[in-house]
Design a protein around this ligand. Structure first.
Ligand code: SF4
Ligand code: SF4
Length: 447
């Protein structure tokens, strides 16, 4: 891994190949910087006491030992620029107080820093006595860099494809319907009921279910698992062909306008179908983006409830709507908490409630829940191939956590985490099976 925070543009950062002399519009950069400086950010700039308590909270620092990976150091890259323009000492004697001009080199280092060395997991935030929110700082910086055309290509392309095709993998309506129809036949075979349905565009259904595009594209069996659970629970649900994507990578690119458009599509489709509830498939950032950030982007609350599928499954179990046999999952199993779902979304107890009833030998990672370590795949990191080596190295903290449990199966509730865990499994030779939580539940279902 290259642990350096280079002053050259990260390879693949669109619009800025090479180092200085890339033709960045510094006046515009300064204007965008000022726009991003909210009162909240100013509070964080002033609040850091440089106490060092966040040092060993970050998986990047723990995996590399590089002091430039310390959260407070990363936040300081942003703070130094703020000081240069907003602090009287910073204006008078910038070098003396460590203030920095918003130069090309500083901008490119910031890009490497906030895109390539922070998954916005917010583990440092919950351990900071001053509440400095590195995830928020990183997103604000990413938003500025996005407007300057400095978002890494893969992340930018994911958002662009979503805006162009209404799902982030460009899956056509025809392919989507074909896949769902095929899965409906599979469902009927599995449950032995020719009336079992995966409903499409059912107006007035109680609930609209969303999907991660990775499901119809690569993991259709997770859709089948969810459909089987909802069949067993007798749920009144529907999918939509008009809008079905649970993801919103604009949370990671920092582009508020794109984030608003994407959240608005799902909100509008839920209203159009007249559902009482939108249930987000197992996707950490998608859940956080729509449930917690969406109303802020849209500047309005939703006329329906929003929950994650994990919450709904826990309710099914609690209300006796589904019955589980833990003996069907007899291998030792552990659970990886997706940061955006647990730390930033509040879903901590539900997966444990489920796993204690769906598996015979559930083992916790240490630490877990709100204190769980990021797998290294958050923040859109899997789409930014230029940081792949760094991502895998930072994931060693998670690999070590998994190994220490002695588990043979790792369940999670997020497709980004799932992909990263699969890569870690291969790279660190963990020899475990990685799956979504709904697959564990579907396996344990007593129909
Ligand atoms: S824990 Fe908070 S206050 Fe302490 S150095 Fe880190 S960011 Fe600053
Ligand atoms: S938000 Fe997560 S990845 Fe970013 S600095 Fe804090 S602990 Fe590290």
């Amino acid at each position: 891994m290259s642990s350096r925070l280079s002053v050259a543009a990260p390879s693949g950062v669109s619009g800025a190949e090479g180092a200085a002399g890339t033709g960045l519009d510094l006046a515009r950069a300064r204007e965008l910087f000022e726009k991003k400086i909210t009162r909240q950010l100013v509070t964080y700039f002033h609040a850091c006491a440089h106490c060092g308590l966040c040092n060993d909270t970050c998986h990047y620092y723990l995996a590399t030992g590089d002091p430039r990976m310390v959260p407070a150091y990363k936040a300081d890259r942003f703070r130094r620029v703020y000081k240069r323009y907003h602090d009287w000492l910073g204006r008078l004697v910038p070098r003396w107080v460590g203030a920095e001009e918003l130069s090309e080199a500083v901008i490119l280092e910031l890009a490497d820093n906030v895109f390539g060395a922070c998954t916005m997991c917010r583990r440092c935030t919950v351990n900071c006595p001053m509440g400095v929110d590195m995830g928020l700082l990183a997103r604000a910086a990413r938003g500025m860099l996005d407007a300057l055309g400095l978002t890494p290509r893969g992340l930018k392309a994911t958002v662009d494809v979503h805006l162009q095709t209404r799902n982030n993998m460009g899956i056509s309506g025809e392919d989507f319907v074909d896949t769902i129809e095929w899965l409906e036949e599979q469902l009927q075979d599995e449950v032995g009921d020719s009336r079992a349905r995966i409903p499409l565009n059912k107006k007035g259904a109680r609930m609209l279910y969303t999907l991660n595009p990775r499901e119809p594209k690569y993991f259709p069996l997770t859709i089948l698992a969810a459909a089987k659970i909802m069949y067993a629970a007798g749920e009144d649900w529907t999918l939509s062909t008009n809008y079905w994507d649970v993801t919103n990578y604009a949370l990671f690119s920092g582009n508020d306008e794109a984030a608003r458009t994407i959240a608005g599509w799902l909100r509008d489709e839920a209203v159009n179908l007249g559902v009482q509830e939108v249930v987000m498939a197992e996707c950490g950032h998608g859940y956080r983006a729509f449930r917690w950030e969406g109303p802020n982007w849209l500047k309005a609350s939703y006329p329906f409830r929003v929950r994650g599928f994990v919450e709904l499954m826990a309710e099914y179990v609690r209300d006796g709507r589904i019955r589980l046999d833990p003996a069907r999952n007899d291998k030792p199993i552990t659970y990886h908490d997706p940061c955006n779902q647990a730390r930033s979304g509040g879903i901590v107890q539900e997966p444990r409630y489920i796993l204690h009833r769906a598996a015979a030998d559930f083992r916790e990672m240490n630490p877990h829940g709100v204190q769980n370590f990021c797998c290294g795949g958050g923040g859109g990191m899997l789409s930014m191939t230029e940081f792949a080596e760094r991502r895998i190295r930072a994931g060693k903290v998670k690999a070590d956590q998994i190994r220490a449990t002695g588990a043979e199966v790792v369940a999670t509730s997020c497709h980004n985490c799932l992909d990263q865990l699969m890569e870690l499994n291969k790279h660190y030779k963990l020899g475990v099976k990685i799956c979504n939580l709904c697959e564990v539940v579907a396996e344990a279902l007593v129909l």
